[in-house]
Write a protein that binds this ligand. Structure first.
Ligand code: GLY
Length: 563
């Protein structure tokens, strides 16, 4: 009788208990906010804007603009990027595609000589290598559509750091040494970023007065102030005078695109990531889908490393064949991220043997390029999130600063395939999907990502060229295992990208016995001299309502939680 009574009461209160449990386990907001970025001044700028009542989107605008000033070797208003936004009140995710576009006068073979050979440096150094920037348009779009504060407030920290200067560090010096030649080819760039034509010693003050004026115009007039009028004329005149092919129409017609992110599911973890023209989200979901075909967790360390290598190999092969700007070419995104496709690819994986890449269908792959990029993550107390990966491509981009603007231009044109469809020395062809076309966006590897389980949410991404996607994969698996933001960003890394057919490993990450076991399975390995990546992640624990933010110890960035 007593038991029956208890059951009746339980049946009555069960819906209430269930609703309560759900509201706790799916909680998306807390009383804290967090910012993690590659430079302390950029993290501080984001936190300041949150303190002033801004939301995550306002903070993202401030961080984007500040990084453009204090991390000029990684991103800038002369560059582009992808901002993955989660708008909590609408339960909506959107990707702001502020990727650079090829100028309207660009052509498929513009970087080839009369013998059909790639002209060394032509897509890397100087004004001809620059795509039409997307960052100014993206900043305005995010502020107007998602933020609460005006650009005059959110751009203030960036303008201040450009006007009064910031101090360089050892990393700046290394990057400037790497690009000394390109920077010296542009008198404006050499004046701003070098000292006596040399990479400055750490602690040198870099003042960017012209950039402060340009940012002030952007703050007062919005994107129109950059893409039209006097500033646009200055940019075009300077680019054309220095061998570039920009026109006023290129700038006036630039538009950001709101895209639906790609999404997938890995053993109860939802993955939301960058859509084309990034290859990042598609390849990430493909790799996770393939892994889900195996009992990954039951494998030995060498078995897991082998399997990860095999799924990386297959996803990067597909990347080279199919991925490009979906506004210009048909990319079979749904097929690539389908379980059916993953099953087909997984069927060719042998757990006891490496598949040599030349046994898979052949396609050309661009060499791993020395790109520099940046990633930051923001979460606010309303539960809004931003994962943003931004780039000007090579360290200091093209090395070219347009006269009297302070705008350092990207060399993102190098992310196109300069020589598509032409068999290379190995007889490989491919990259048609990423051939240069006027107005087209070049393929990217940038992978800003959200991960969601019932218990936790992660906001993450990293720079690192073609290695970005595998770094995000390893961090996603760490998150899935229950790892913290700190362990996600500081995990040892390895990478395989189909070609070259070799596993690249950070120093001190694999034991000798692991390398031997991989060799016995048929893998070539290379332990690199230095680490790679600079990941910034935030993890939200939905049950404890706690935010945890981390900056990669490989870089000089910071993470801050505001209570
Ligand atoms: N420029 C680096 C990337 O977009 O992947």
């Amino acid at each position: 009788m007593k038991a029956l009574w208890r059951k009746q009461v339980f049946d009555l209160v069960r819906p209430v208990l269930l609703a309560l449990a759900l509201s706790v386990s799916f909680q998306a907001s807390s009383d804290s906010s967090a910012v993690a970025s590659a430079h302390p001044l950029a993290t501080d700028a984001g936190i300041d804007i949150l303190k002033k009542g801004g939301n995550a989107f306002d903070a993202a605008v401030a961080v984007t603009a500040t990084l453009a000033v204090v991390e000029p070797y990684s991103s800038g208003i002369g560059g582009g990027g992808f901002w993955l936004l989660h708008i909590e009140q609408d339960h909506r995710d959107v990707m702001i595609d502020g990727r650079e576009r090829a100028p309207l006068a660009a052509s498929r073979d513009m970087y080839l000589d009369d013998n059909n050979e790639v002209i060394p440096g032509a897509s890397i150094d100087g004004a001809l290598s620059a795509g039409i920037p997307g960052v100014p348009a993206a900043i305005e779009h995010i502020a107007l559509n998602y933020g609460k504060l005006p650009l005059t407030v959110t751009l203030e920290p960036a303008i201040r750091h450009a006007r009064t200067g910031f101090k360089t560090d050892k990393h700046y010096q290394r990057m400037a040494v790497f690009r000394e030649k390109a920077l010296n080819a542009s008198p404006e760039a050499a004046k701003i970023f070098l000292k006596n034509n040399k990479a400055p010693e750490p602690g040198t003050l870099i003042i960017q007065s012209d950039l402060a004026d340009t940012l002030s115009i952007l703050a007062a007039q919005g994107a129109r102030g950059f893409y039209q009028g006097e500033l646009a004329s200055k940019l075009v005149t300077s680019v054309v005078k220095n061998g570039g092919i920009w026109s006023k129409e290129d700038l006036a017609s630039y538009r950001i695109i709101e895209r639906t992110p790609v999404s997938g599911n890995y053993r109860g973890m939802k993955v939301i990531s960058a859509a084309p023209p990034s290859s990042g989200g598609v390849a990430l979901i493909q790799m996770l889908n393939m892994l889900a075909q195996f009992d990954f967790d039951s494998l030995s360390q060498s078995g897991r490393t082998h399997l990860l290598t095999e799924v990386m190999r297959r996803a990067y092969r597909d990347r080279a064949e199919y991925l490009g700007d979906t506004d210009f070419v048909d990319v079979p995104v749904d097929r690539l991220i389908s379980e059916k496709h993953a099953k087909t690819l997984a069927d060719s994986v042998r757990l006891d043997r490496a598949t040599p890449s030349d046994q898979l269908r052949k396609v050309a792959v661009d060499a791993n390029k020395a790109t520099d990029t940046t990633h930051f993550s923001v979460v606010d107390k309303e539960g809004n999130r931003v994962a943003a990966t931004l780039s000007i491509n090579y360290p200091f981009g093209s090395g070219f600063v347009a006269e009297a603007t302070g705008v350092l231009l990207n060399d993102e044109m190098d992310d196109f395939s300069s020589k598509p469809g032409v068999p290379n020395v190995y007889g490989l062809v491919g990259n048609e999907a990423n051939a240069i076309e006027p107005g087209k966006r070049m393929l990217s590897s940038m992978t800003p990502t959200f991960l969601e389980t019932e218990e936790r949410i992660a906001v993450l991404g990293t720079p690192g060229g073609s290695r970005i996607i595998t770094m995000v994969l390893l961090a996603a698996l760490e998150f899935h295992r229950g790892g913290s933001a700190d362990s996600m960003v500081n995990l040892g890394r390895f990478h395989h990208q189909y070609l070259p057919d070799r596993i690249f490993i950070e120093p001190d990450v694999f034991s000798e016995s692991l390398v031997t076991a991989l060799f016995e399975l048929g893998h070539e390995t290379s332990v690199l001299d230095s680490t790679f990546g600079n990941m910034h992640a935030i993890v939200f624990d939905r049950k404890r309502m706690k935010l945890d933010a981390a900056a990669d110890s490989r870089g000089g960035g910071t993470a801050a939680v505001l209570h």
